[in-house]
Design a protein around this ligand. Structure first.
Ligand code: ADP
Ligand code: ZN
Length: 215
């Protein structure tokens, strides 16, 4: 499948992408994970992106498009992909459209994950992430805690609160999302590929997407 997952921070894009990859071998591509990996590894990309990310601001479109142009040409994308956290702006969506035409890839749909704002705030402040860049497993101190406090179940690394998940950075990220990313639902509606789902329950979302793909 070739799907774009749209939704505010905390809407569950990453969680849903992981479940969907298991259905047909499509890969999850998270620009956030790629960027955090680059920051930890101290690469040139990481150095350029770091300050934007800490503040909860978007990384410039050009950097993101360079990443995605390369990433979508990796052989593992042939089976399909789930874009998680990209595109984030109208210019990124337009550049993606051109890129997909060049690569002769056709999108199945853009899925907009709807979650009430209160629930979003609640999820983000209680979210914890594995600090190992190769893992980045996501937990929640309330709804899905680690077996041993502060230690990742999957790889044994420390589980931390992300630097952009302080209350201040979160509210800034949500503002940025409203202003820059929310308009993408209108964009994909016009393109005729938008599907909107209530994303309060992960399993329901996965089922709705599967049903749509099979019709
Ligand atoms: P979220 O939990 O907010 O969805 P992500 O892990 O997707 O977070 O992204 C974390 C940060 O990485 C963003 O706040 C932004 O600084 C940067 N980022 C990720 N994807 C993009 C993108 N497509 N365009 C611009 N910046 C991005
Ligand atoms: Zn881990």
């Amino acid at each position: 499948m070739r799907i774009i997952l749209l939704g505010a921070p905390g809407a569950g894009k990453g969680t849903i992408a992981k479940v969907l990859t298991e259905l047909d071998g499509s890969v999850q591509i998270s620009t956030g994970d790629i960027l955090r990996g680059a920051v930890q590894a101290g690469t040139e990309l990481g150095q350029k992106a770091n300050a934007f990310m800490k503040a909860g601001d978007l990384v410039p479109d050009e950097l993101i498009m360079n990443i995605m142009k390369e990433r979508l040409q990796e052989p593992d994308c042939k089976k399909g992909f789930l874009l998680d956290g990209f595109p984030r702006t109208i210019p990124q969506a337009e550049a993606l459209k051109t890129l997909l035409i060049d690569l002769e890839m056709v999108l199945d749909m853009a899925v907009s994950l709807d979650v009430p704002r209160e629930e979003i705030l609640n999820r983000l402040t209680t979210r914890r992430t594995c600090e190992n860049p190769a893992c980045q497993a996501i937990y929640n101190v309330k709804s899905s805690p680690t077996k041993i406090a502060g230690i990742c179940d999957k790889c044994g690394s420390k589980v931390i609160q992300r630097e952009d998940e302080t209350e201040e950075a979160i509210s800034h990220r949500l503002e940025t999302w409203n202003e820059k990313t929310a308009p993408l639902t209108g964009y994909y509606e016009k393109e005729g590929v938008l599907m909107t789902v209530d994303a309060t329950v992960t399993d329901d979302v996965v089922k709705a997407i599967q049903d749509r793909l099979n019709t």
